[in-house]
Design a protein around this ligand. Structure first.
Ligand code: RTP
Ligand code: MG
Length: 145
């Protein structure tokens, strides 16, 4: 089977409000495209409480949950569907580890983000962590499909 015949994966990427506010949308998209992934859908929007509750349901009850939802409501974010073989782990790798303080140089978080917020890590991007998460999250942010 050639690479071209493999089923194309989709992942949900968010540029979080800190990334939009800091003017980093273009740099983040450029890194995704430079890696060879494609942007299939893209929208700048203000997240609704319902979208954030659904998106972060796995974190409900954790100490950083409410600060996280508040941070994600601070301003507009960019929701994207990125596609390409291996894009789910591939984008997580491009993003770097959750804490930007220790995220590796060369990653989005390692290069472009710095420290912890008071109660939550302002780490610029979100990427789905599995095929199941991607399908669930794409339906939250692009419900028309
Ligand atoms: P993401 O879901 O945003 O792609 O990031 P992730 O998988 O690396 O991190 P996850 O554990 O799913 O946490 C979701 C987001 O919550 C914030 N967070 N803050 N202790 C903290 O301050 C803390 N822990 C998590 C981050 O914004 C993280 O990306
Ligand atoms: Mg996560």
């Amino acid at each position: 089977m050639t690479k071209e015949n493999l089923v194309t994966e989709r992942t949900l990427v968010l540029v979080k409000p800190d990334g939009v506010q800091r003017g980093l949308i273009g740099q983040i998209i450029a890194r995704i495209e430079a890696k060879g992934y494609s942007i299939e859908k893209l929208e700048l929007l203000n997240a609704t409480p319902e979208q954030l509750a659904a998106h972060y349901e796995e974190h409900e009850g954790k100490p950083f949950y409410q600060p996280l939802v508040d941070f994600m409501s601070e301003g507009p974010l960019v929701a994207m569907v990125a596609t390409g073989n291996g894009v789910i782990p591939g984008f997580r790798s491009l993003a770097g580890t959750t804490d930007p303080t220790t995220a590796a140089p060369g990653t989005i978080r390692g290069d472009l983000a710095r420290d912890w917020g008071a109660n939550v890590q302002k780490n610029l991007v979100h990427g789905s962590d599995s095929a199941e998460s991607a399908a669930r999250e794409i339906a939250i942010w692009f419900p028309e499909n």
